[in-house]
Design a protein around this ligand. Structure first.
Ligand code: ATP
Ligand code: MG
Length: 342
């Protein structure tokens, strides 16, 4: 696995004007017209939101993000696929690894995952090269998926007796030759060997938290597991990002949960909350992300903004981005001054 940061072009910047604390776009637009290719529509939505000339740089090294929370139904898969599509639409090369036997990420990305398809099970258990299972995602350029089939349900048990059972994904990823900017790993709702493999393979943990009662329940256990893996198997591991999902700004509960999460984890929590949105929940049944299903919807815009925040959080990227913005402003100032003197 390598990153082609030096040869890569700039990622684009989706949101014009000053940014608010969180994205709050209540208008939802209808699904794209049948005669409009959805990939093009999504790309146009991103381009329409560009600030002229200001690009979003790619990370210098591949960022491997483990999307984990052993609580079920909090938005792990939804966040994985929509963030991955957002990053790809910003111009990055992104791989989604579906590590959940339910195969929901593969479904949402429109990637075939019936039982005969070579899948992440073959990589983990049969030592198949990752390159042999990775498929391009239809409609989103630069987005790829290593699908999960139902076979993966047995992998938790089959892995127990295998050599290097905790680091098989990490080995496969290291041997993967294609250039990548981001790898997002969608974990199952458990802390078994599949999740441990993800935690060994990545440096960053991304935790989606649903804005509901008991939001922080079980989080302590996840954080203890992260510490254990960090202590024994992967010293680079850390929780880099927390994202609040299914946020309903009309309820006091949602803002209470958000305040509580922010009081525990201030630096890690993204400013962008993901709103509860019908469009987000409808998209997977069409084998699509919300970015292609309804590019102008509140869900799509908030995932694009969350992706932008994540891209700028890499400290080196932040520095380079600020430098390029300064250069751009300087150039614009110079050209205005030279126009004034003519
Ligand atoms: P599991 O633990 O089973 O893997 P998960 O954590 O991956 O679940 P998702 O499958 O992403 O969670 O989401 C659970 C349900 O909530 C899905 O039906 C999804 O469509 C819906 N959902 C997720 N995010 C949103 C949102 N922002 N607005 C509305 N519905 C959402
Ligand atoms: Mg899931």
């Amino acid at each position: 696995m390598r990153s082609d940061a030096n040869t890569a072009g700039p990622m684009t910047d989706p949101v014009p004007g000053p940014r608010s604390e969180s994205v709050d776009v209540s208008r939802e637009t209808p699904p794209p017209m049948d005669d409009t290719p959805i990939g093009r529509a999504a790309q146009q939505a991103v381009e329409a939101m560009n600030r002229a000339g200001e690009g979003l740089p790619r990370p210098e090294q591949t960022r491997v993000m483990v999307v984990a929370n052993q609580k079920g139904g909090v938005g792990k898969t939804t966040t994985t696929v929509n963030l991955a599509a957002s990053l790809a639409l910003h111009g990055a090369r992104v791989l989604v690894i579906d590590l959940d036997p339910q195969g929901n990420a593969s479904t949402a990305l429109g990637v075939d995952h019936h039982s005969e398809v070579p899948s992440i099970y073959d990589v983990l258990v049969e030592s198949m090269p990752l390159a042999d299972v990775v498929k391009p995602v239809p409609d989103v350029e630069g987005l790829f998926c290593a699908p999960a089939t139902i076979d993966l349900a047995g992998a938790e048990i089959e892995l127990v007796s295998l050599v290097a059972r905790e680091s098989r994904l990490q080995r496969a990823l290291t041997a993967y030759e294609q250039p990548l900017d981001y790898v997002l790993i969608d974990c199952p709702p458990s802390l078994g060997l599949l999740t441990v493999n993800a935690l060994v393979a990545g440096a960053e943990v991304l935790i989606p938290i649903q804005c509901e009662y008991y939001a922080l329940e079980g989080l302590g256990q996840l954080l203890r597991n992260v510490d254990l893996v960090k202590g024994h198997l992967n010293t680079n591991l850390h929780v880099s990002t927390i994202i609040l999902t299914m946020y309903d700004g009309r309820t006091r509960l949602a803002s209470q949960v958000a305040d509580e999460v922010r009081s525990h984890f201030s630096a890690e929590v993204l400013r962008t909350n993901i709103p509860r949105s019908v469009r987000i929940s409808e998209a997977p049944s069409y084998g699509q992300t919300v970015l292609t299903y309804d590019p102008g919807s509140s869900g799509s815009l908030s995932y694009l903004e969350a992706a932008r925040e994540i891209a700028l959080r890499d400290p080196n990227v932040q520095q380079r981005h600020e430098q390029s913005v300064q250069q751009l402003q300087q150039q614009q100032q110079n050209s205005t001054m030279s126009e004034g003197t003519q």
